[in-house]
Design a protein around this ligand. Structure first.
Ligand SMILES: O=P(O)(O)OC[C@H]1O[C@H](OP(=O)(O)OP(=O)(O)O)[C@H](O)[C@@H]1O
Ligand SMILES: Nc1nc2[nH]cnc2c(=O)[nH]1
Length: 183
């Protein structure tokens, strides 16, 4: 499949001590082919539980093309957790850490009892997913499913153990000797 094929040949750069892979789905770089985006979104729809879901939720930035496409196919609206504060009434701030960055994420637009599916492009340390889940729980949402396209490292297991939620992923990878390996 295209996702696996393109991952195997994608470049790696160092961000501090973190070996960061660069791929169209996780970076929008160098170019996003519609065929790849369509394949990924169709695979998400196939494994995801979107029945009776009120909102799809992602974190800025690279979940955005995924949820936009998903929303057009499923007719479910989406919410983006932004890195910027809007100071709207009820805005929920949470702290986000990844393997290479720290910052805040802000949740707006979720009402108590909303049934949501969380989507992200990558789960690595799991820091982002922990922050997204925490914000949604504080908002009183019911998390129906969690799907990440690319899994690397121990983040999925850590988040599952810590939160009790199951996380679905499309592909598991590792970065070995400057190359992506499909596990
Ligand atoms: O499991 P983690 O270690 O938290 O890594 C996963 C997160 O890293 C990336 O986001 P990033 O914050 O780099 O923002 P971006 O989408 O703007 O690249 C990616 O989109 C995930 O949200
Ligand atoms: N593009 C990209 N996004 C990430 N998010 C967490 N780790 C990575 C990575 O290695 N590459």
């Amino acid at each position: 499949m295209l996702l696996e094929e393109t991952l195997k040949s994608c470049p790696i750069v160092k961000r501090g001590e973190y070996h960061y892979f660069i791929h169209p789905i996780s970076d929008g770089v160098p170019v996003v082919e519609p065929k790849l985006l369509r394949e990924v979104v169709m695979r998400i729809i196939k494994i995801g539980n979107f029945e009776d879901v009120d909102k799809i939720v992602t974190a800025e930035a690279m979940g955005i093309p995924l949820v936009t496409t998903l929303s057009l196919y499923t007719d479910i609206p989406y919410v983006i957790m932004r890195k910027r504060e809007y100071k709207l009434p009820g805005e929920i701030p949470v702290f986000q850490t990844t393997g290479y960055s720290k910052g805040q994420l802000y949740l707006n637009g979720i009402e108590k009892g909303d049934k949501v599916v969380i989507i992200d492009d990558v789960i690595s340390t799991g820091g982002t997913m922990i922050a997204v889940i925490e914000a949604l729980k504080r908002a009183g949402a019911e998390i129906k499913d969690i799907i990440c396209v690319i899994e690397r490292g121990e983040g999925k297991k850590i988040v599952e153990e810590k939160t009790g939620y199951k996380i679905k992923t499309l592909v598991k990878i590792d970065v070995v000797d400057g190359k992506v390996v499909i596990l």
